[in-house]
Design a protein around this ligand. Structure first.
Ligand code: HEM
Ligand SMILES: *[C@@H]1O[C@H](CO)[C@@H](O)[C@H](O)[C@H]1NC(C)=O
Ligand SMILES: *[C@@H]1O[C@H](CO)[C@@H](O)[C@H](O)[C@H]1NC(C)=O
Length: 327
C-alpha cells in the first residue's frame, strides 16, 4: 500500500467509526427494539418459542397464564419483571396482591424458559423480555396473530405489594369508565382496552371472579348463567376456586369468539359484558365480532403499546439470573 492510500484508508475508517459512534450515542436509549439481542443472543426468540411450545403441549391453559402475566407485570410500575419476584426480607412482592393471589400462574414455566435462555446466552436476556416474548408466542401457538416484539427491557430489583393492590389492575367488578380510566392511565385508549380484553378468548376464571354476575346480573343469557351455576355455588366460600372458561365457545383458540359471545350476553366476567352493554364501546365489540382481521390488527398494536409501558433501559435495573429473585 502507498502511504497516500493507507492514509485514505485510515481516514475512511475513522469516518465510519465516527458515524457509527455518533449514531449509537444519539439513538434513543430508552427505545426498545426488535433487534436488541441480534448480536448478543440471536437464538433468544427460537429458544423461548420452543420452551413455550413444550409448556403448552403439557398444559394448554399455560398460554393464557403467560399472556396474563405480561399484562399484570406491565400495569404495575411498567414491564420490569416485578411480578415474578418472590417476597424478600426487604419487600413484599406482587404475587399475593389481590389481583394475583391464587390467580396468576405460570411462574414455574417462566423459570424453565429462563433456564433454557441462560444456557444459550448467560446473563443477557431479562425476565421482563421473556414475559413479552412468551406472551406473543402463546398467542401465536394458540392460533392468534403474529408480530415482532420489541425487546431490551431490564429487570427491577424490587416489587411492590401495595402498588399491585392499588387498583392499577382493574378488578372484574369495574364499571366501564373505570376500565377506560385505568388503561388511559397507562397510555392505552378505550379501543386498546377492548382489543386487549380479547385476550379473554383463552384461559379460565375462578368462581369467585364471576359469582355475582351469574346469580345477580340481568344482562346475561339465562341458559349460560345456569350452566355456570352448576360449578359455582351461590354461597361464597364454597367452590371459590372452581374454574370456567372465559370464552364459552372456543376456549383453547385465540380467535374473536370472545366478542361474538358478548353480543349474545355470554361474557363470563362483569368486566367482559360491560364492554357490550349499551355504552360507548359497543361499536368496537361489534366490529371485532364481525371482522377478525381488525381485531387481530388492533390487538397487536395494543400489545406493542402495552409492552412499551415504562421499561427499565440503559443502566437501570439489572438482568436477573433467576426470575424469582434479585441478583
Ligand atoms: C380489561 C380489564 C381486565 C380485567 C378486569 C381482567 C380480569 C380478569 C380476571 C378476573 C381473570 C380471572 C382471574 C381468576 O379468577 O383467577 C382474568 C383472566 C385472564 N386475563 Fe384478564 N382482565 C382484564 C384484562 C386483560 C388483559 C389486558 C389481558 C392480556 C392482554 C388479560 C388476559 C387474561 C387471561 C389470558 C386470563 C386467563 C388466565 C389463565 O387462565 O391463567 N386480561 N382476567
Ligand atoms: C393469599 O391467599 C392465601 C390462600 O388462600 C391466603 O391464606 C392469604 O391470606 C392470601 N394473601 C393475601 C395477602 O391476601
Ligand atoms: C347478590 O346481590 C346481593 C345484593 O347486593 C348480595 O347481597 C349477594 O351477595 C349477591 N349474591 C351473589 C351470589 O353474589
Amino acid at each position: 500500500m502507498s502511504s497516500s492510500s493507507s492514509l485514505k484508508f485510515v481516514i475512511v475508517t475513522l469516518a465510519i467509526v465516527l458515524v457509527v459512534f455518533t449514531a449509537t450515542c444519539y439513538a434513543d436509549d430508552d427505545d426498545l427494539s426488535t433487534g436488541f439481542y441480534s448480536k448478543s443472543c440471536p437464538k433468544v426468540f427460537s429458544t423461548v418459542k420452543s420452551a413455550v411450545h413444550s409448556a403448552i403441549s403439557n398444559e394448554r391453559r399455560i398460554g393464557a397464564s403467560l399472556l396474563r402475566l405480561h399484562f399484570h407485570d406491565c400495569f404495575v410500575n411498567g414491564c420490569d419483571g416485578s411480578i415474578l419476584l418472590d417476597d424478600t426480607s426487604s419487600f413484599t412482592g406482587e404475587k399475593t396482591a389481590a389481583p394475583n393471589n391464587n390467580s396468576v400462574r405460570g411462574f414455574g414455566v417462566v423459570d424453565k424458559i429462563k433456564a433454557k435462555v441462560e444456557e444459550v446466552c448467560p446473563g443477557v436476556i431479562s425476565c421482563a423480555d421473556i414475559l413479552t416474548i412468551a406472551a406473543r408466542d402463546s398467542v401465536v401457538i394458540l392460533g392468534g396473530p403474529d408480530w415482532e416484539v420489541k425487546v431490551g427491557r431490564r429487570d427491577s430489583k424490587t416489587a411492590s405489594f401495595n402498588d399491585a393492590n392499588s387498583g392499577v389492575i382493574p378488578p372484574p367488578t369495574s364499571t366501564l369508565s373505570n376500565l377506560i380510566n385505568r388503561f388511559q392511565a397507562k397510555g392505552l385508549s378505550a379501543k386498546d382496552m377492548v382489543a386487549l380484553s380479547g385476550a379473554h378468548t383463552i384461559g379460565k376464571a375462578r368462581c369467585t371472579s364471576f359469582r355475582n354476575r351469574i346469580y345477580n346480573e340481568t344482562n346475561i343469557d339465562s341458559s349460560f348463567a345456569k350452566s355456570k351455576q352448576n360449578k359455582c355455588p351461590r354461597t361464597s366460600g364454597s367452590g371459590d376456586n372452581n374454574l370456567a372458561d372465559l370464552d364459552v365457545s372456543t376456549p383453547n383458540k385465540f380467535d374473536n369468539f370472545y366478542f361474538k359471545n358478548l353480543l349474545n350476553q355470554k361474557g363470563l366476567l362483569h368486566s367482559d359484558q360491560i364492554l357490550f352493554n349499551g355504552g360507548s364501546t359497543d361499536s368496537i365489540v361489534k366490529r371485532y365480532s364481525n371482522k377478525p382481521s381488525t381485531f387481530d390488527e388492533d390487538f397487536v398494536k395494543a400489545m406493542i403499546k402495552m409492552g412499551d409501558i415504562e421499561p427499565l433501559t440503559g443502566s437501570s435495573g439489572e438482568i436477573r439470573k433467576h426470575c424469582a429473585r434479585p441478583n
